[in-house]
Design a protein around this ligand. Sequence first.
Ligand code: GLC
Length: 460
Amino acid sequence: MNVLGSLSGFRGRLCLAFLFLFSAQLLSAQWAPLVTDADAAQRITWWREARFGMFLHWGVYSIPGHGEWAQWFEQIPTDQYAKLADQFHPEHFDADAWASTAKAAGMKYMVLTARHHDGFALFDDPVSSFTAMKSAAHHDFVADYVKAVRKAGLGVGLYYSPLDWRYPGFFFPGIYQHNAAELRQQYDRQIDELALHYGKLDILWFDGGGNEWLGFGGVEFTGSNWQARPKDHPYSGSFDWQDVKTVAHLRQLQPGIILNDRTDAPADFRSREGDGALGDFDNTHPWELCTTITEGAWGYQPEAKVKPLAQLLRLLIGAAGRDGNMLLNVGPRPDGQIDPAQASRLSEIGQWLRLNGESIYGTRGGPWLPGGYGVSTHQGKMVYIHVLHAPQNSKLVLPTLPVKVVKATVLNGSDFAFEQTAQTFILNLPPSSPDTIDTIVKLELAEAWTTSAVIPVPAK
Ligand code: GLC
């Protein structure tokens, strides 16, 4: 029997509300400093150029289909929750199919939840028995995944949560010191497992590490009050994740790997979470917006509505125009398949990128900052103005560029007239555009735009 199957829809909705609040809290989860070593810029280059990746949240929580936080929100005892592993034998798991879906969507890298906060590992761990290898599936899904993603020519990423809800030591490290130490040993051991047995990894995407999260900030343990410690009240107990040590070791085992900022160790890129966190332009610190393709949780929810194409494209374009990446999450079904509705949205995104990808991949945000019109991106002598909100009279007036514009075309359309003065750059947009979501104006400059300088644009 499905352990969680009997929970009502109302409770499910409550969980969604909690999840929303939780996500809102996480928007500020950017504590780790960024790396400053000599290779940092070179290490992150491929990823910056890639711009778009696939996130996959998949584990035993996919079975009840209430999202990956089900155990926490529904306060399911660990021994009862663990029984889900007996039902986890995904008969349609096909890592090559995942990779080709990502590729067809125009994604350039993938990140799979090797282990989420519930503690169930999709890989083997010689010590823990709560793994896919030692339960019904008897399979190492991480192994197949890494092989398939690599074969497809995409960047290989794994998500890993140092935090594990099964350990009281996480919540009360002061009282359960021994247990907290065991949790840390698991963290070190599992990072070693991942780093040593799957060949080259390109990304390790941490979540729930760092002292900020210990005891969930020490506040009330209800979903709605889940939050990180306030910056002015850092954790002062004796426990330490020792992220700096673990991460340094990981970097030694996996030279070239890039890491996000959800531990206390120096990171390669910053993470922003959820549609609402698209945020400000930043071309100094590499960053990534992660968000879901459906409304609701990250893990599979059968009823979850897929977001409209325009909304998702605007996020991707918005991220590129703010000089960031987007990691778009799908939550495969318990049988291993990506839900057809999600897969078909992904394929629509891929169609758009096949036509317009030159304005996204390999570009940097700017030179014009985001504004009422939309955003801009550039590469070499080309600047792409993504007009997301066409002006009423089709006349787009921007502050001028300090470089001569030699030509303006609508991407996949025709040339048109423009006017460049010492103060303004004026485009009379053609009445119809090949793209209804984003009119992309491609400008050719007399010389390449190589500076990181930006031009502010009035909001209206
Ligand atoms: C949060 C959540 C989580 C999800 C992640 C993605 O940290 O805990 O469920 O995995 O964000 O960014």
